[in-house]
Ligand binder design. Structure first.
Ligand code: FMN
Length: 221
């Protein structure tokens, strides 16, 4: 729990949000397609995920930590793996040039500083063949009630004109937090398709739900 109580509590205090975690933030105002338009897709799954190692968090939160094949796995990373295996799409992890701290409080502080300063951190990730893809799944955790700032760097870096964006996300309780609208605003020339957002405590059991959603939007049979 503590991994998101701190930012939520601070956010509520600083933004006077009442009540904290209100569903209002989960409303999507952007028109989104029910089904992915077109056929013969070339699919990219681009995602940001920052799993915290054991020493980064307390025992309560480590209980919900995801271990896959003996390795620590981020929530969004896990979702990306399921989407990749189901669709056959290529997967790429969005990483910053300077890695984030592995200790939770330091990470929360840095993420908040970046948010408050509007910093778009430099990325280590470079997708040279981005233009080869027409459908881009975009995955991210909610940080401080929005996308991590590295996602803004990602949207700066690529031209999404004519592409289809399918968002997916994991959170600690605050849902989409307006992020689908934020993406649509940054990429008005792209088509947005209904995304998938799950609380991190449900991620370990999420594979069937993810595959059902992929069938609903018509990207798999
Ligand atoms: C710096 C930081 C800020 C966070 N802020 C929020 C938040 O505002 N709302 C929320 O619901 N969860 C918040 N969380 C929780 C993450 O969204 C959640 O743990 C997510 O599953 C992490 O995905 P990952 O393991 O792929 O990085 C925050 C986590 C971190 C590390």
């Amino acid at each position: 729990m503590k991994t998101y109580i701190l930012p939520l509590a601070l956010l509520c205090a600083s933004l006077s949000l009442t009540p904290c975690g209100d569903d209002e933030n989960n409303t999507i105002n952007t028109p989104t397609e029910d089904v992915v338009p077109g056929t013969n897709h070339r699919i990219l799954i681009a995602y940001f995920s920052e799993p915290l190692p054991d020493n980064g968090v307390d025992a309560a939160s480590s209980a919900s930590r995801l271990i896959v094949n003996g390795d620590l796995c981020g929530s969004v990373e896990y979702m990306a793996t399921v989407i990749g295996e189901a669709t056959g799409g290529d997967r790429v992890r969005i990483q910053t040039a300077t890695p984030y701290p592995e200790e939770y409080a330091a990470l929360a502080d840095q993420a908040n500083e970046e948010r408050l300063n509007g910093t778009h951190p430099a990325l280590a990730t470079n997708i040279e063949n981005f233009d080869d893809y027409d459908v881009i799944f975009v995955g991210y955790p909610i940080w401080w009630y929005q996308m991590p700032m590295a996602m803004y760097s990602f949207f700066d870096a690529y031209d999404f004109t004519g592409k289809t964006i399918i968002p997916f996300s994991s959170h600690g309780g605050s849902g989409w937090s307006g992020t689908v609208d934020d993406i649509a605003e940054m990429e008005p020339q792209a088509t947005m398709v209904n995304g998938y957002s799950i609380p991190r405590n449900s991620v370990a059991e999420s594979a069937d739900g993810i595959r059902s959603w992929l069938r609903e939007i018509g990207i798999i049979e």
